[in-house]
Ligand binder design. Structure first.
Ligand code: PXP
Length: 241
């Protein structure tokens, strides 16, 4: 199980004062030292956290995988083609949302998705689509030629009752098994925390988790390297069961 650490909220703190600290590239280096498998970061159209220069710096300096979360917006696609991250994850994006709400509607936006997937792959960028655990979205993702999907775990993370939690977990399990059977790599992320990560980490077909907010929140108190180490330990324990 690989762990991609999303460092967007390091930039959120910096942008709160429009200053030059803390720098995301420094967080990326610390994450690399803490043996994260990748750095995940979202260049939003409104540039509310990560800025273009952060991407170029991170791509140049880190040796682990850079996974760029990106919308289908033309300007952002252009930047992705220039930065050439090892992986791109296509996500939906709405201007007023607090964070990515729901998965990409690959069924509805199929022709646009297919075009962007092809453009990215021509630059040797591995493409993943961030989708809800829904079979028709998985079928459309496969047809678009994306190599991977990332299952949106937000509904699972937000579920309150035991029956809701187990229903959402079941959806994720079924979706992971189906996507794997089609030959897609299967990842997961969004809203995962130290409290809820283990049941998702236990799902064999999922091979990468992308986690941001909870790790950065914990790092305020215990430091980034220790926060990453702790998350990795929980994931490992889930895998060994
Ligand atoms: N995966 C994707 C595709 C995302 O958009 C995000 C949020 O940027 C994450 C993972 C990480 O979510 P969180 O910050 O809730 O851990």
């Amino acid at each position: 199980m690989k762990l991609g650490v999303n460092i967007d909220h390091i930039a959120t703190i910096r942008q709160a004062r429009m200053t030059n600290e803390p720098e995301p590239v420094y967080a990326a280096l610390l994450a690399q030292e803490a043996l994260a498998d990748g750095i995940t970061t979202h260049l939003r159209k409104d540039r509310r956290h990560i800025q273009d220069k952060d991407l170029y710096q991170i791509k140049e300096i880190i040796k682990i995988k850079l996974n760029l979360e990106m919308s289908l917006n033309e300007e952002i696609v252009g930047i992705a083609l220039d930065v050439k991250p090892q992986q791109a994850t296509i996500v939906p994006e709405n201007r007023k949302e607090l964070t990515t709400e729901g998965g990409l509607d690959v069924v509805r936006e199929f022709s646009k998705v297919e075009t962007v997937v092809e453009e990215l792959q021509k630059k040797d960028i591995f493409v993943s689509l961030f989708i809800d655990p829904d079979m028709s979205q998985i079928d459309a993702s496969k047809s678009s030629n994306a190599q991977a999907i990332e299952l949106h775990t937000g509904n699972y993370a937000n579920a309150k009752t035991c029956s809701e939690i187990s229903k959402e977990l079941h959806r994720i399990k079924e979706a992971a098994a189906y996507a794997k059977s089609l030959g897609l790599d299967v990842y997961a992320g969004h809203g995962l925390t130290y409290e809820n990560v283990k049941p998702v980490a236990e799902i064999e077909e999922i091979t990468e988790l992308n986690i941001g907010h909870s790790i950065i929140a914990k790092s305020v108190f215990i430091g980034l390297k220790e926060a990453i180490r702790l998350m990795r330990q929980l994931i490992q324990e889930a895998r060994w069961k």
